[in-house]
Design a protein around this ligand. Structure first.
Ligand code: PGA
Length: 252
């Protein structure tokens, strides 16, 4: 990746970690982070642990992220959390359109679009997730699927920059399965995403494109060495300080 794009390594804790576990994990990561680490680091704990994790990392360069947001600022939406609340809790990033949200919670490109607008509107930086299923890859429509997700997700949004947009390519078949896209497979899609962003008049060279899907200390260096892979969105391997720190170190 070019020197001007700072790598981002984000840990998606999903529905894991009690308060005491979350505090300890955040403290360990912050405490062991090499001062010279090149990567920016973000942690996305479950909502219940946002404040506890923020307390552990707020005086460090580690950033807080949320795993999802609603598209309204407030209102009668039982169970939902708004971007205003996430900003208030100390978040800098919000994951939007994760495949588990699309698969289990009815998220569509239309709701992803509303959420992106809402997150940007309060000054937070979305991490927009896109990626194909195994059936779509086998049918050789990966590039079309990702293109539609990006075009519809980012529809009618202006003013995007390297400061307010991160994109994560996460092949659904690689998430939590132990199957990883090869560096070449991932680079192919990342290259297409960057060219598409340029066509969409978005400053493509400034936008960080993360890879996600069974990233481990063993495979991270080869993935991160690809020219259009600017970081990683890490699930399982982010739940242990040791493996997450190794992935951060692999970013230089
Ligand atoms: P995984 O999850 O690293 O456990 O495959 C990645 C993600 O869902 O963001």
């Amino acid at each position: 990746m070019p020197a001007e794009r700072q790598p981002l390594i984000a840990g998606n804790w999903k529905m894991h970690q009690t308060l005491s576990e979350a505090r300890a994990l955040a403290r360990n990561i912050r405490g062991e982070l090499a001062p010279a680490a090149r990567a920016e680091v973000a942690l996305a704990p479950p909502y219940t642990a946002l404040t506890a994790v923020y307390d552990e990392i707020s005086s460090s360069p580690v950033r807080l992220a949320a795993q999802d947001a609603h598209w309204q600022k407030q209102g009668a939406f039982t169970g939902a959390i708004s971007p205003v609340m996430l900003r208030d809790a100390g978040c800098r990033y919000v994951i939007v359109g994760h495949s588990e949200r699309r698969q289990h919670f009815g998220e569509t490109d239309a709701t992803v679009n509303l959420k992106l607008k809402a997150v940007l509107d309060v000054g937070l930086c979305p991490i927009l997730c896109v990626g194909e299923t195994i059936e779509q890859r086998q049918a050789q429509v990966t590039l079309e699927v990702v293109t539609i997700q990006l075009r519809q997700g980012l529809a009618e949004i202006t003013g995007l920059s390297g400061e307010n947009l991160v994109i994560a390519y996460e092949p659904v078949w690689a998430i939590g399965t132990g199957l990883t896209a090869t560096p070449d497979q991932a680079q192919e899609v990342h290259g297409v995403i960057r060219r598409l962003l340029a066509v969409m008049q978005i400053p493509a060279q400034d936008i960080r494109l993360l890879y996600g899907g069974s990233v481990t200390p063993e495979n991270s260096a080869a993935l991160l060495a690809q020219p259009d892979i600017d970081g990683a969105l890490v699930g399982g391997a982010s739940l242990k300080a040791d493996s997450f720190l190794k992935i951060i170190a692999a970013a230089g």
